[in-house]
Design a protein around this ligand. Structure first.
Ligand code: GDP
Ligand code: MG
Length: 164
C-alpha cells in the first residue's frame, strides 16, 4: 500500500503552499482571504523513487481561538487516523504559539511519525536562529523550509520517507 502523508498545522502557516510544492501542481488552494472553506485535497506525489499520497488539510477560517483549537483538534485526529506520516507545519514568522503546543501534544501522544516543518524560512541568514525555539514542541528536529521558494524541501522529504 502507498504511504499516506498528511500536512497539518494552523491556518496560514503555508500548508497548501507546501502541498503544492511537493505535489508539483497548483491543485491546492492557497488562500489569502479569510472566511473561505477549504476542503482536504489529495495528490499523488513522488520524490526520488518514493510514491505517496499527500493530503492537505484546511477548514474554515476560525473566528475565535476556541474554534481554531476545535478545528485543529479534529484536523489532527483525522491525520492521526489516516496518515502514515504527518508533516506538522509551523511558521517561523509567528514563532511557537499555544495552538502549536496543543496539536504537538496530540501528535506526540498518537505515536505516529511526525516531521516538524518550520515554514517561511525564506532566508536562513535572517531567520535561521529563530528555528531553535521549535525544539520546545518536543517533536524532534525542526526542518527549516521555505515552501514559497522551494527551499529545504529535500531535507524535509528525506526525513518523511524514512518512516515509510
Ligand atoms: P495554509 O492556510 O496553511 O494552507 O497556508 P497557505 O499555503 O494558504 O499560505 C498562507 C500564506 O502564507 C499565503 O499568503 C502564502 O503565500 C504564504 N506563504 C506560504 N509559504 C510561504 C513561505 O515559504 N514564505 C513566505 N514568505 N510566505 C509563505
Ligand atoms: Mg490551506
Amino acid at each position: 500500500r502507498k504511504a499516506i502523508v498528511a500536512v497539518v498545522g494552523r491556518p496560514n502557516v503555508g500548508k497548501s503552499t507546501l502541498f503544492n510544492t511537493i505535489a508539483g501542481k497548483q491543485i491546492s488552494i492557497v488562500q489569502d482571504t479569510p472566511g473561505v472553506t477549504r476542503d482536504r485535497i489529495y495528490a499523488e506525489a513522488s520524490w526520488l523513487n518514493y510514491h505517496f499520497t499527500l493530503v492537505d488539510t484546511g477548514g474554515i477560517e476560525p473566528v475565535s481561538d476556541d474554534i481554531l483549537l476545535k478545528q485543529m483538534r479534529s484536523q489532527a485526529e483525522l491525520a492521526i487516523e489516516t496518515a502514515d506520516v504527518i508533516i506538522f507545519v509551523t511558521d517561523v514568522r509567528s514563532g511557537v504559539v499555544d495552538a502549536d503546543y496543543e496539536v504537538a501534544n496530540m501528535l506526540r501522544k498518537s505515536k505516529k511519525p511526525v516531521v516538524l516543518c518550520v515554514n517561511k524560512v525564506d532566508s536562513v541568514k535572517k531567520f535561521g536562529n529563530d528555528i531553535y525555539e521549535f525544539y520546545s514542541l518536543a517533536l524532534g528536529e525542526p526542518f527549516a523550509v521555505s515552501s514559497a521558494n522551494h527551499m529545504g524541501i529535500g531535507d524535509l522529504l528525506e526525513e518523511v520517507v524514512k518512516h515509510f
